[in-house]
Design a protein around this ligand. Structure first.
Ligand code: HMG
Length: 391
């Protein structure tokens, strides 16, 4: 029976930060023509974490509504995907497990491969449910994207977390069919352990993404996946939303299709609404695209969605899913809109101060100012230990 049951995304919830910086404020500061941000890269604002927010508070805030709705029963695995980790040893998921009061009979682990990590988490979760259909897996993708101030990457920063409950007979999307896989050792984007901002070769990274998307798609078709025309929509990893358009045009071209912009817009248009105002949320980005699609598109029951997950360095995966009848009753559209609208705009100076903030590494007592109005906060660092609080 395990082999035949449909497995996929049973619930999906996202959270983002307390603050937001509009791209107009960045453009005013650095003299960039605003069209470059709004049209050239397709970004309007970026989520900015408060001093007392991090990947743990965001991840817990995304997951809490899922636990409130479904309870913790059957959740025996928590997989936390991130590339902006707060500790080299301890999984951020263990803090979330504690903040949410999950049962001790659970395994918790952190996964990393740049922005691709959450897709690995999703696929591992599906494997676990396949083995035991009563098992549910909480997948959390949470990231704060940080580039150097005054660098080209700065305009593509952002922060958010997506939590997904993976199980049998899912209420939202069944994940089906083969996966198309691609790995290549490239240095398009990376972050050595001694840095808290990423290093990137912008144009190289765009080319690496396109090559990886093509490679993953090629493998997907060789594995017997669906034809491109069978998909109604495509959720791409969106480091900036124009990248989804670049990637989709590239795949259409590769498959020998005419690239007409009306088709591209129909396939991608609804998926960019959250990412264009949140910014790059790394591991969460492709699932924020899914949230936007499900929340905004007309009834998608029975329709196939293609997913292209990319993580620099690089690994890509293309896979498909089908939208489940009745899915609309399980969406969190109002809460998602609220997560975006509740953010408080900050001016450029405040954003810059938050960007430059870091804890001294002296083992002292470093409380954080109380800024977030979210359900969880990072209270500070003491004896090198992060202290979290829930409200
Ligand atoms: P840049 O040098 O600031 O910008 O770099 P540009 O000169 O390339 O311009 C960007 C676009 O704006 C161009 O359009 C311009 O023509 C247009 P395109 O040629 O690409 O179609 N433009 C304008 N449009 C309208 N009105 C105007 C105007 N001016 C210019 N006035 C870049 C941009 C994205 C490279 C930079 O922001 C960057 O380095 N970002 C970080 C890296 C990144 O996001 N890479 C994406 C692929 S890698 C990836 O997705 C993985 C990642 O998420 C990490 C992970 O996996 O962990 C990053």
């Amino acid at each position: 029976a395990a082999g035949n049951s449909a497995i996929g995304i049973h619930d999906l919830s996202f959270a983002t930060t307390e603050f937001v910086l509009p791209h107009t404020a960045l453009a005013d500061y650095n003299g960039t023509e605003i069209g470059k941000y709004h049209l050239g890269i397709g970004q309007r604002s970026m989520s900015v974490p408060a001093a007392d927010e991090d990947i743990v508070t965001l991840g817990a805030a995304a997951a809490a509504p899922i636990i409130a709705r479904h309870g913790a029963e059957g959740i025996r695995t928590v997989v936390f995907a991130t590339e902006s980790s707060i500790d080299q040893a301890k999984s951020a998921g263990v803090y979330v497990h504690s903040l949410l009061g999950l049962p001790s009979a659970a395994r918790v682990v952190e996964l990393k491969q740049a922005c691709y990590g959450a897709t690995a988490a999703l696929q591992f979760a599906i494997g676990l449910v396949h083995r035991d259909p009563g098992h549910r897996v909480l997948v959390i993708a949470s990231d704060v994207s940080k580039y150097d101030l005054d660098s080209p990457g700065e305009a593509t920063q952002g922060a958010a977390a997506v939590a997904m409950l993976i199980g049998a007979d899912p209420a939202l999307v069944r994940i089906e069919g083969p996966s198309g896989l691609f790995t290549a050792d490239v240095m398009d984007f990376w972050r050595p352990n001694y840095r808290d901002t990423a290093l990137v070769d912008g144009q190289d990274s765009i080319n690496a993404y396109l090559q990886a998307a093509q490679g993953a798609w090629k493998d997907y078709t060789e594995q017997g996946g669906r034809a491109l025309e069978e998909f109604s929509a495509f959720c791409y990893h969106q480091p900036f939303t124009k990248m989804a358009y670049k990637a989709h045009r590239h795949l259409l071209n590769y498959c020998g299709h005419e690239v007409d912009e009306a088709t591209v817009a129909r396939h991608i248009g609804q998926t960019t609404a959250y990412n264009s105002v949140v910014g790059n949320s790394y591991t969460a980005s492709v699932y924020l695209a899914l949230a936007a699609l499900l929340d905004r598109a007309d009834d998608m029951t029975g329709q196939a969605i293609g997913f292209l997950s990319y993580g620099s360095g690089s690994v890509a995966e293309f896979f498909g899913g089908t939208v489940v009848p009745g899915y609309r009753e399980h969406l969190r559209t109002a809460a998602h809109r609220e997560a975006i609208e509740r953010r408080k705009p900050v001016d450029y100076a405040r954003y810059r101060a938050l960007h430059e903030r870091s804890f001294p590494a002296d083992g002292g007592d470093h409380p954080t100012p109380s800024e977030t109005t979210g359900p969880f906060r990072l209270a500070g660092l003491r004896d090198h230990k992060r202290l979290y609080e829930s409200r």
